[in-house]
Design a protein around this ligand. Sequence first.
Ligand code: IVH
Length: 683
Amino acid sequence: MTEKISENIKREIEKLVRDINHHNYRYYVLDSPVILDEEYDRLYRRLKELEAHYNYILPDSPTLRVGAPPLEKFEKVKHSAPMLSLDNAFSFDEVREFDKRIKRLLNIDADIEYTIEPKYDGLAMELTYKNGLLFRASTRGDGYEGEDVTQNIKTIKSVPLRIEESGTIPDVIDIRGEVYMNLNDFETLNKQREHNGEPLFANPRNAAAGSVRQLDPSITVSRKLYLACYGIGTVQGEIAFKSQTGFIDWLKAARFPIPARVETVKGIEKIINLIREFEEARQSFPFETDGAVIKVNDFGLQQRLGVKTREPRWAIAYKFQAHQGMTRIKEIRGSVGRTGVITPFAVFEPVRIGGVTVSRSTLHNWDEIERKDIRVGDTVVVERAGDVIPHVVTVVKDKRTGKEKIPPIPEKCPACGSTVVREEGQVAVRCVSLHCPAQVQEKIIHFASRGGMDIEGLGEKNVELLYSTGLIKRFEDIYRLKKEALLELPRFADKSAQNLIDAIEKSKQAPMAKFLFAIGILHVGEYAAKLLAKNFEKLEDLFHVKPERIMEIRQMGTKIAFSVSTFFNDDKNIETLKLLKSLGLKITNPDFTLKKRGEMPLEGSTFVITGILSKARKEVEDLIERNGGHVSSAVSASTDYLVIGEDPGSKLQKAKKLGVETISFDELLQLIKRRSGNPRLFD
Ligand code: IVH
């Protein structure tokens, strides 16, 4: 049980929270850490320990950044003031027009003071802080109403959970900014997705949006996202910002991440010089920027200028020249991923775009080819945004000669020649052959990868070599590899061969979650693998499992359920699993937490949680689930209990309306104790 907390411990916790938040700020906002990762990890661990031991979690504790369970849907959020878009200018003359219009409307002759910031190509966000604490984060949506993505935004380390005291803290403030992904992180993510046989993101903006609009925050936390703040919605309380510059200064002091550059100058010609400078600097920004935003600095003048329907009159976005080029498609071919998905790609006549020669690009899927009406022989516009994977923007139909050919959807796998399948309503074309060499190699690479069995030295190149020499044809062959055989190969010397053998040996002790991910069951990513491990004690418990049993697990949909069930009902697969065991694989399962069914105190009851509890939300949910209960994110007629904390939300009203019983956290604990002689409370 929780120990009573002393003032000393409280102070230690408070200091840890302050220090870790400070180090997060140094690392994620200023990009200049002052401690080593190990030291950071030590502080974090200590805080976690104390919080769990004393059940004392501050509202801005960095430990709250991870671990919220998936939602069933996003709640809608009305913005207190509409989130506007911007007018575009495509030439300097249009920027000069903008300046003239402003002078005319304001009836001012003198030079106007403007700010200029890079335009971030990401996802617009509104962060609402109440009494200094992050209360809610919402997407822009249609400008008037967006979606509540607070749980996901909290996982972004540069988002302050509390406004740093830098003078006045407004009672309520809406801070607006852009969530974005850096170009190199975007590329890494896409490489990983390609490797996993998942569809690629077209650009960093889609990747950022896809990461934020995720019902499962554990996916968001795994994505590297950043924030840049540049605007305000409404403000309540004793604070008055006079200008964009003043506001940006406040943001900086309050430790919010601000745009990489904010310049303030008088006169439009100086702005035009800065636009030139920004456009040149564009390549050196780590993020994708498609323009510069120019704003009238003075908020008083902004107010006088007002807004049109959707855009303010006081700002404009200058759009940079896109990184595009024109070339001809010589060929459209397919490449086979681990899951057998055949992804089409175009082979171009090489073209230089932004200093790089581009000779191929993915076409994502066969539907996209049809949608964009892309044919072999077509002249196309290809875009390379920053250092991103190039993509076909559009076909230049004027250049068609009539000789272009519609690429047929392949009937045979380009790697192994077997017949492909396309499921009803699915965009993916798949090779389902068990012996397709492309898939087998990709599967083995995946099996050995970091997130899987983590066998160092068994990356792409070595798998290719071992496969082509016939030493590894399926995963079980990994565990039959002999050092002597490796030494025959050109790439291995005594030490490297020994290292690989050792790494393979080490991988034999694997947690079930990692193993389930590694064997590459269709649709089973790391998260689903962990859920399976939580619910099934041994691998054998999954043999011949029915899809219904998988669907009983919260968050498991039909797609995964059928895929898992199909996998474990295949005799060949089961044989392979048994074989792996006989080759020395020892699977442990530290994630398994459930007791036998029928013995669980909360079995059959559905819980919804609202408000701030004395324990982290995730811990309370785990507690309920450990005791057999089901946690849902929305109150409905099938809810049995609403667990309420401080400051409960609209769920309370709904529960009252539906006559759902409400209980406090303490009452929840009592309920568990009452119903069970052997409660599974906090560890
Ligand atoms: S100011 C009323 N500043 O661009 C003006 N917007 O195309 C609101 N954006 O919806 C926006 N960087 O999502 C502003 N430095 C910046 C920006 C920026 C990116 C986005 C924003 C806006 C969109 C308009």
